[in-house]
Design a protein around this ligand. Structure first.
Ligand SMILES: C[S@@+](CC[C@H](N)C(=O)[O-])C[C@H]1O[C@@H](n2cnc3c(N)ncnc32)[C@H](O)[C@@H]1O
Length: 210
């Protein structure tokens, strides 16, 4: 399996969700609108500054986070990126004035757009039949490519191990394992948040201490 093929499997899954459920939370495979809104709030809270910042929404799906930002009082210069042409076409139709990239950043020569903050909401929560270790390796390679492009920090979410039961189609990662990777490969300035009532957690990784 190549570096990029796990993501192709995931993207095929999300495109099938879009075909089935249309432009809704379920169309990006979030179970409900309330949980999705909670995730957008937690992702937005990675930003430490009150001044406007550049934010890259990596794996932007149908652009629902941009919808959330426009209803909030956050000052963000937004850019979206997704591997799926179907999702990017949809975003460009919905938001013709915003910038969206359809790119596989793991392809040779492809670059991750630079931003103050890069959020990756739902990029690593499901593994859809991809072997666990293949998914872990693909995730860490992608994070190692993305983090240097963030001037201030990144946020991403993973499924918790502290659940009543684990699902084989989801990606449950122990805190210690992701913590070891983050500290040894990205930055020791990180925060793990599991205080928002969902069966997942969000990792903020910063370039500098608070
Ligand atoms: C669960 S959906 C979440 C969409 C959006 N972030 C949201 O929360 O509304 C995950 C998205 O990540 C995209 N994705 C997965 N792997 C990717 C990769 N390696 N590069 C870019 N996009 C990716 C999928 O195409 C899909 O649109």
């Amino acid at each position: 399996m190549t570096d990029t093929s796990p993501y192709r499997a995931l993207v095929a899954h999300y495109e099938a969700c879009l075909a089935r459920h249309g432009d809704t939370p379920q169309g990006v495979d979030w179970p409900d609108a309330e949980g999705a809104a909670t995730r957008y709030r937690i992702m937005a809270e990675v930003v430490r500054e009150r001044d406007p910042v550049d934010l890259l929404d990596f794996g932007c799906g149908a652009g629902h986070f941009l919808g959330y930002l426009r209803q909030s009082d956050l000052k963000v210069r937004y850019r979206g990126l997704d591997l799926s042409a179907r999702f990017i076409d949809l975003c460009r139709r919905k938001y013709p004035d915003e910038g969206f990239d359809c790119v596989d950043v793991m392809e040779h020569g492809a670059a991750v757009p630079e931003a103050d903050y890069i959020i990756m909401n739902g990029v690593f929560t499901e593994r859809c039949g991809v072997a666990y270790e293949t998914m872990f390796e693909a995730m860490t390679r992608l994070l190692a490519k993305v983090f240097p492009r963030a001037r201030k920090g990144i946020a991403f979410n993973l499924m918790s191990k502290h659940v009543d039961w684990e699902r084989d189609d989801l990606f449950h990662v122990p805190y210690d394992r992701i913590g070891h990777f983050v500290v040894s490969q990205l930055s020791r300035h990180h925060l793990i948040r599991a205080d928002y009532g969902l069966y997942e957690y969000t990792v903020y990784v910063y370039k500098a201490a608070a």
